[in-house]
Design a protein. Structure first.
Length: 406
């Protein structure tokens, strides 16, 4: 009986000594923590894991060195194995608590309850992700070490090494999207398809390239929102780049008006407007009739500016001014619907119909007196030097002249 009682006595004595040592260390660290945030966090959050780990380790050493007095070997082996498992688990708990305390101390330095917290939010996001990864790694390693204490599990190592090729293939498939984004980032960096500060239109949003990395692209939208896209998006999907070769761009403003509109007067008003604003770069000012169906005439004003922000303001200015001009100066050109009451025997121009019999004579009012060339601001691909250059761009290659017949 004395032989069986000796091991518990030694184990209890080792546990008491360990608890006393831990308490002494705890009080010392807490006293030093008054001047250090890290030590204060350690004394508060790492005390209990340290206490349990030290006690279990002391008991394990007590049981191991107290044998030799007739204790059953099988019972001793089982108890020591359980204590080893407990030591591994509590040590992992202690290591995890120490790492978490370090991360919490780092988080305390970056506050997010302040107006300018962009840098703090970025660092906190990185630390939180690192914390989750740390916990996962510790749990996996702890489980692996505990399993390796069983002799029957150690033989699995050979089969694990043999299946390393399969695991590598699975990992490659899992990381396919990540590697695809990395290669897409390298392609964007060296292909000159998109660069920092380029003005682009992606996903129906207009903005500029704010940040370009190997894995993602940040687009600053015009209203200060941020659109985060993987780099593979710009290699697999179409997008608009407004500043790839130059910043000068063209923009349109469209109007649906009545058929009675005076197009030339509206064209002259557009010219007068753009010549009086600094938003226009002096290149293009064109007003054309692009559609005339459904009871309305569609006019398109095409103007140019030195860059995209000025073009936006210029297009809004053209719409606002011409809407007011139509309302005040040409109210009959405003969009309206007509309903004709009566037959076609009236004398109004749109009620005239040719009588039955011989071929009718065209009314004098419908005869054009003279053909004339449209003014320069009525032609997009011609008229001035800029229009001629734009038209020549879309002509395509010159076809070879046919050989004369022999």
């Amino acid at each position: 009986m004395q032989s069986y009682l000796w091991t518990p006595v030694v184990a209890v004595g080792a546990a008491v000594v360990a608890l006393g040592a831990v308490e002494a260390v705890h009080r010392t660290v807490r006293r030093l923590g008054r001047r250090s945030v890290l030590l204060a966090e350690l004394s508060e959050h790492a005390h209990r894991p340290f206490q349990v780990a030290a006690t279990v380790l002391a008991v394990q050493f007590g049981v191991r060195f107290s044998t030799g007095y007739g204790v059953d070997t099988a019972w001793r082996r089982t108890l020591l194995h359980l204590l080893v498992l407990a030591v591994i688990a509590t040590t992992a708990w202690l290591v995890a608590s120490l790492l978490l305390v370090t991360e919490d101390t780092a988080l305390a330095r970056f506050r997010i309850d302040v107006p300018d917290n962009r840098q703090a939010r970025r660092i906190r996001t990185q630390i939180v992700m690192l914390r989750r990864l740390t916990i996962a790694v510790i749990v996996v390693l702890t489980a692996g070490v505990m399993l390796m204490t069983f002799p029957s599990v150690r033989g699995v190592g050979a089969s694990v090494l043999a299946s390393a090729g399969v695991i590598g293939a699975i990992a490659a498939l899992a990381a396919q999207s990540v590697l695809g984004n990395v290669f897409a980032g390298l392609q964007l960096a060296f292909s000159d398809a998109v660069r920092l500060d380029d003005v682009v239109v992606v996903e129906g949003e207009w903005g500029r390239i704010e940040e370009l990395t190997l894995s993602y692209v940040v687009v600053q939208i015009w209203d200060d929102r941020r659109l985060i896209l993987p780099t593979s998006y710009f290699t697999t999907r179409p997008f608009q780049n407004w500043t790839r070769t130059q910043s000068a761009v063209l923009g349109t403003a469209e109007f649906d008006v009545d058929w009675s509109v005076d197009v030339q007067a509206m064209r002259e008003e557009l010219r007068r407007l753009v010549e009086g604003t600094e938003l226009w770069d002096g290149r293009t000012c064109v007003l054309q009739v692009t559609d005339a169906v459904g009871g309305f005439v569609r006019l398109r004003a095409l103007v140019s500016a030195a860059d995209a922000p000025r073009l936006w303001d210029l297009r809004c200015l053209v719409r606002e001014h011409l809407v007011g001009w139509l309302r005040d100066r040409r109210p009959t050109a405003l969009p309206r619907l007509r309903a004709e009451v009566g037959d076609a025997s009236g004398r109004l121009p749109w009620q005239w119909s040719p009588p039955s019999g011989p071929a009718p004579t065209e009314r004098p009012s419908a005869v054009r007196t003279a053909e004339h060339e449209p003014p320069d601001d009525a032609r997009l691909f011609g008229g001035d030097d800029d229009g001629e250059a734009r038209g020549s761009t879309f002509l395509g290659p010159d076809e070879p002249a046919e050989a004369p017949p022999r």
